[in-house]
Every structure is written in C-alpha cells, then in structure tokens.
Design a protein around this ligand. Structure first.
Ligand code: GLP
Length: 256
C-alpha cells in the first residue's frame, strides 16, 4: 500500500486527476472504474480542464461506475447516472456507448447485477479504479457486515449511510434503502486502485483502512490485500494514522 498525503482537498484532487490522465496516456483505451460522492468532484473538474487543454483524450476510454441507487431513473437528479453526466461525461469526449453504470430502474435487479458484472469481464476488467470511502468504511456500497459480497449485488444501505447521503436529498425518507453495488472482488480485481479521502470526518475510517488489520466491519481495509493500491489523502483525512500501526511494506509519502 502506498499512502500519499497532500496539503488539502485541491492538491489531493489535482494529484488524482494526474493519476487518471497518466493511466489514459499510457493506455488510451483504459477501462476506468469511477466513483460518485462529493470527494471526486474536484478531480473530475481538473480532468475536464485537462481535456479542454488537449492534455487528455477520453475517446477510447470505457467507464464503469461503482454503484447506483435502486429505484432512481437515470434522469433523477439524485441518481448516480445524473451525477456522472452532469459533473463529468457531458463535459468530455467519452463515447456514450463506452459508459457503463448499473441501471437503478431495471425491472429485474438480479439480472442487472449479473449483466453488469459480465460487461466488466467482457471488456477485460478495470485498469484503474477510483474509490471514495464512507465515514463507516464502506467502498462502493459495500457496507460493514459479518460477510461481504464477492460480485455486483443488490445491497441494503445502513442507517448511517442513509443519514450521511440524505444531505443530497430533500429529506432522509427520500433516500433509497437499496442500491446496486460492485462487490469486493469486482473492486479488488482492478489492476490499480486509488482511494480518495478528504476531511476530518473520514479520518477514523482511514485510520482503520490502513491499520495493518483486515475486517469486514471496515470493508475498505480489504484494500490492504491489493498489490497496487494508493490511498490519496488530504492532511485532515490522514490525521489519525499512526505510523507504528502500518504494515512493514506500506509506503507513507507526505507532500507539502
Ligand atoms: N456510494 C458512495 C460511495 O462510493 C462514496 O465513496 C461515499 C462517500 O461519499 P462522499 O465523497 O460524498 O463523502 O458515498 C456514497 O455512499
């Protein structure tokens, strides 16, 4: 595991954008795994700027989103479809047919999950997976539990996640109770993974993610088993990491 600590959210986002751009520069037809939430917003903004400056070309890129709420149509302003088009896809030259997001309005959710998993396999897997993290340690919508899903499945959202995500809805009651999410193996099969976290409210989850111990109660801690994982943080999110607890092969890099 490589942990990189940047000064603040903007510096973290710039580095994340550079990592995505370098992936596409090295492999123009990269398959990107993408995340939603507030955390990657500035990374998307910086990638849009780089695209406008002709520094990155998305014409051969395929994208696979981590998750989507069950019951929300693509045009619903709180759907992850809407978020991705509004914040990123409408502003770059990615081809519509290369965009993959689970369909939250599918008639048969189980079939949708199987088809989604299959579509990733068909395109030979994800080259670079971008992740955010819930304050309870979830990645995608893989919530803390006794056991975690291997493949893409329908999941029940925890009360904590519903409360946290209600900030984007008019009320807590409007937040869907279920979602389709890539499973842990779907995520861990990516060639490279970059986990982003910013702010004090992620510090506890990040401490548990990098602690040298693995628990299904902190789904992100399983990332420690991945050979190419970078945890890219701002100083606040990194503030509770204790260097003594990190595993011996962990690289800890602090940038000014
Ligand atoms: N399913 C998403 C996650 O993929 C995301 O990482 C998390 C954190 O979001 P934020 O970046 O807004 O804190 O929120 C949601 O629950």
């Amino acid at each position: 595991m490589r942990i990189i600590v940047e000064k603040d959210y903007q510096a973290m986002s710039k580095k994340a954008a550079l990592m995505v751009a370098s992936q596409i520069t090295l492999k123009t037809d990269s398959n990107l795994g993408l995340a939603t939430g507030a955390t990657p917003l500035a990374m998307y903004e910086k990638l849009i700027e780089m695209y406008k400056q002709n520094e990155v070309d998305f014409s051969e890129v395929q994208s696979f989103n981590l998750d989507e709420y069950c019951g929300l149509k693509a045009e619903h302003p709180n759907s992850y479809h809407y978020y991705m088009y509004d914040n990123f896809f409408n502003k770059i030259n990615i081809k519509k047919e290369n965009i993959h997001i689970p369909d939250g309005s599918a008639e048969d959710f189980n079939k949708e999950c199987r088809d989604y998993e299959e579509s990733i396999k068909k395109e030979r897997g994800i080259d670079l997976q971008i992740l955010g993290i819930g304050s309870n340690g979830h990645i995608g919508f893989n919530e803390p539990a006794e056991s975690l899903n291997v493949a893409t499945e329908v999941v029940d959202l925890t009360e904590e996640t519903i409360a946290a995500n209600s900030r984007y809805f008019d009320s807590k009651e409007e937040v869907p109770k279920k979602a389709i999410s890539m499973g842990m193996a779907t995520i861990l099969k990516a060639d490279r993974i970059v986990l982003l976290a910013s702010g004090k409210n992620k510090a506890e989850a990040i401490k548990d993610t990098v602690s040298g111990k693995i628990s299904t109660k902190v789904p992100a801690s399983l990332l420690q088993t991945h050979p190419e994982i970078t945890v890219l943080l701002d100083q606040e999110a990194a503030s509770l990491i204790s260097k003594e607890e990190l595993s011996a092969d962990c690289h800890f890099i602090i940038c000014d």
